[in-house]
Each structure stands twice: as structure tokens, then as C-alpha cells.
Design a protein around this ligand. Sequence first.
Ligand code: TEU
Ligand code: CA
Length: 545
Amino acid sequence: DPSEPWWKSTTIYQIYPRSFADSNGDGIGDIPGIIGKLDYLQTLGIGAIWLSPIFASPMDDNGYDISDYQAVAPEFGTIEDFDRLVSEAKARGIGIILDLVVNHTSDEHRWFTEARKSRDNPYRDYYIWRDPAPDGGLPNAIPSVFGGPAWRFDDATGQYYFHQFSRRQPDLNWANPRLRAEIYAMMNWWLERGIAGFRMDVIDLIGKEVDKGITAEGPHLHDYLKEMHRETFGGRDVLTVGEAWSATPGSALLYSGRDREELSMVFQFEHVTQGWDEDHGKWKPKPLDLVALKGVLGKWQLALAEDGWNSLFWGNHDLPRAVSRYGDAADYHVASAKMLATVLHLLKGTPYVYQGEEIGMTNAGFESIEEYRDIETLNMHRLHLEAGRSPEDFIAGANQNSRDNARTPMQWSEAPNGGFTEGVPWIAVNANHRQINARTAVADEQSIFHHYRTLIGLRKRHGVIVDGVFRSYLDQHPDVFVYTRTLGDERLVVVASFADHQVSLTLPDELRLSGACLISNYQPVSSLGETVSLRPYEAFAILKG
Ligand code: TEU
Ligand code: CA
């Protein structure tokens, strides 16, 4: 339907450039490496690439600590490489979406080196400074996401500055209109280079009010987003997706409602955090609870059924590998990876594929802390030991949920280092690259890769997948996810087992139908009777009408 924006029927692919493809043997992925893989991505059928930050950075948080918004980090290449990536991608019908990290900068950004020179420096209030508390201590007890307090004392000027993340990522003061104007000018500079949109890092945190302990969804957040829309991407046909860990179904509508003139959609994480431990968070994940997972996914489908728009993802560069977290990488690797793709990509919303997910890459399986690189993991490991807890149970948690599980290099072939680099990779390549790699996957019609390619193609062809009304069935069943999408007289039935054993189902009358099998991960299934028997992780979709 031409009136629908392009980003409702396309699939977005996320690249973490450091780990995607190294073209010059320094063990670090780079932009020329990405250009060399555009044909592979065109085969997959994706419509745009969300590129994690490629900007100048000391790489304290692998580029989420930006020291110059309008320069490309030398280890990733040059601005000419970037412009070539944009044009080569466009020639293949692929847009480039940049990662906008404007909640904070690097402490090496010129604005911050200026700001810390004196209390009356013109850039001082580009950041958030506070006097020590009366007892000389921290201004308040807000914690950093990466462990420890969110305040760092600056000797030179005798004040603390606020950092929601590492102490080398000072938060920007969005209450400052001069700061906002500089951000908008920078965004327009990139939009002029032909990008297809922005992913907005922790956008729910801009406009925080630290004196009231409000770090997310502050009172002026939507004022700033409306101003940003007006001043930059408003009149352009681009995709804007805001990362919002704090979003609820209610607030998601405020970001993405069609008349809101803010963003296209948000990344919300309720399906992720509902699986974390109350006390230890992600470091002690709970076993998968499908009824809870289905409840959250269904709630979001219904909340944004009439307005707003969902993003759909299992993974990204901060999350564990989908098949390891939600599937069964050990015993049903291919079947469960295909099932997860089927069940996600046929929901209503825009699907995001994280690099390597399309070939079923798995968690890293690191055995020692020395193999980890992620600042969050390393900080939390130190705090865990300082709290007297054992290194073994930290590593057990990190093996399940450290961000490095998603950051081991993309596995291109059986060659040493998975064909990612001719040099020494910055982080170890998973030894299973001999079995799990893109070359093998593209050559095997039955691979996870071709299952993703089929799903991505189905979304382009069937309006019922883009616009169909979602309804779930058997909500309390612990092993299966069953839902329909309905548009006019078209009815799509999606059946998926999350069980590692055979499951027999009794279906409600309205699901007993015949039609065309659009996709399956065993043999095609084209009709449903009163009972249906599902093999381990069996999933299929039938279209009637
Ligand atoms: O992530 C936001 C964020 O808070 C995540 O790091 C997540 O909360 C955490 O991993 C859970 O333990 C964004 C980026 O995606 C992330 O890579 C950056 O490190 C972070 O912001 C700071 O820019
Ligand atoms: Ca390189």
C-alpha cells in the first residue's frame, strides 16, 4: 500500500561495525568491510542497515562515547568510505540508518574538555554539574547503569558531573537550547549525506531531572522530540527509532502515534527485562517462561494495534544471542532458530535482524573474564568480586547475558577467525564458526539464512503481515505460541512450539482451516484439524483467503 511508510514492510539489519567485517587485517571491523558484504545483505533482502556508531571515539564503550559527531573513527575508515557505503547500499535498495548517541558524549569531546576548564566556561552547561552535598559527598544516590554512582567529582572545578553510563560518558544537558541547536545542526549535516534515518540511543533519558531523581521520560522529553522532529527529520521520508528501556505501552504511543510528529517507533525491552532476576538483574537470568513472554508480546501488539508502531527484535549488540536465550542452540539449533524467526517476523511491526542472527550465531561461551571486552561486564565483574561473590557465578551469568555474547565477530566462513579478519580479532571468534557461518548457510537451501530470506520476502508481498489484526490463542499453554493476523477475508495462522519434545494441541474451531503454507521449519502444513501434533520447535504459517 503506497500510502504506508516504507519502514512498515521492510526488515532492518543491525551491524555492530567493530565485529562485522575487517578489510585491512587490524582485527577490527570497518566500513570497507561492510561495503564488501552488501551483496550478501541484498540476497537476504533487508531494506536498511542500522549502523552502530562509526564516529570518532576513544572506544571506552566501543563508540557509544563520541568525541566528534562529524568525524568517522579512523579504525572504521574515512568519511569518503562512509559516503561510498551510502551510495553502494542505495544502489542495492538498502538505506543507512545512523546511531544517534546524544544523551551523552565522550569525556574527550571538545565540549567537555572546554566545560571542565572552569565554572564559567561557555560550554559548562552543555553538561550536568552539581556542588557536593552539604556533607561533601555525592549530590544524590542515582546509580550508573555500568555500576557505581552516576556522579564523578572533577577536582579542577570542585563539582560533580553526571554520567548515566561510564564516567567517560558525561551526560549532556538537554535543558540548554544552545546544546540542542548544535545537536540538530549535526543531525541535518548527516541527513544531507543521504542517510535513511536514525536509531536514537537511550532517547528516553534526554531531559532527565537529576535533582528530582528523574532519569527517564522527564517532563520535557516530548517537547525536545517534537522540536527535533521540526528542526531536522520532520519533512523527510526517514525512519527514526528511539531506544527506550523505560517505555510502557502508554508512553510508546506518545513517541510513535501517527499524529505525534515525533518518532516512527521505539525499541521497548519488556520482553527482555521480564526474564531478569529481581535482585541481580541480567546477571542471573530466569529460565524462559513462555506464558510470560507471550503475555508481553501480545500486550504490545494490542497496545499499538490502532496507532503507533512496534519494533520487533530478539537481539541487538547489548543482548544475548536469540537462539541461545529463547531457543535451543544445543539440541535443536536450526529448528529453534527458524521457529524464533517465524514467530517474530509474522507479528505486526518492523522486524530487526541483528548481525549473525540470520545464520543462528550463538552465545560466546567464554570461560574466563580475560576473554570479555565489554565495559559493563568488566565493571560488574569487579563490583561482584568486591561484594564477595564468586567469580564462577559471575561468569555463569555473563555467559548467559553479557553484551559480548552478541559482539563476537560475524562468522563468514570455516576459515581461521571465521573469515572475519586476516589479523588477530579484537575479541575471540566463536569456535563453532566451522559449522555456523554465512558461506555454508547461503549454500544450503534449508539453512536458517534462507528461512530469514523467505520471511523478509513474505512481509514485502503480503499486506496481512504488515497490517493484519493480531489475535493470540491458547495464552496459558506453556509450550506453544499461536496467533492469527486478519485483514479483510485473509487470515494468517501462526503456530510455534517452544518445546524440545513433541506437543499435541487441540485447536479452537476458528483455527481449523486450510490454506497455503507460507513457511515451515519441517514439512509444509496447509490444513489444521481439531488436533495438531508438533515436533520439537515446529513452526509454520498458513494463509487462508
Ligand atoms: O544501551 C542502553 C543501556 O542501558 C544498555 O546498555 C542496557 O541497559 C544494559 O546493557 C543493560 O544491562 C545503549 C547502547 O545500546 C549501549 O550499547 C550503550 O552502552 C549505552 O546505551 C550507552 O550509550
Ligand atoms: Ca579493520
